[in-house]
Design a protein around this ligand. Sequence first.
Ligand SMILES: [Zn+2]
Length: 72
Amino acid sequence: MVTKKKNCDIENCTQESKKTVSREKAGSALKEAGLDVAIREKKTKIHLCAEHYRKIKKKLKKDREIERLRWG
Ligand SMILES: [Zn+2]
């Protein structure tokens, strides 16, 4: 059986992906959140389900704030 829907790339997550983020951007946020990406290939994009996206979205924002502090 073939499904065309993409699944979340987080390990052990079987939910349908809703968002795509760049791996570079999401890398540290995922690590901080304690999430592992299941893909082994050198992909530049990661597919995330709504739940996981929400989790790292907060971290992405925090990263930006830290950067601003560093420069300010
Ligand atoms: Zn997920």
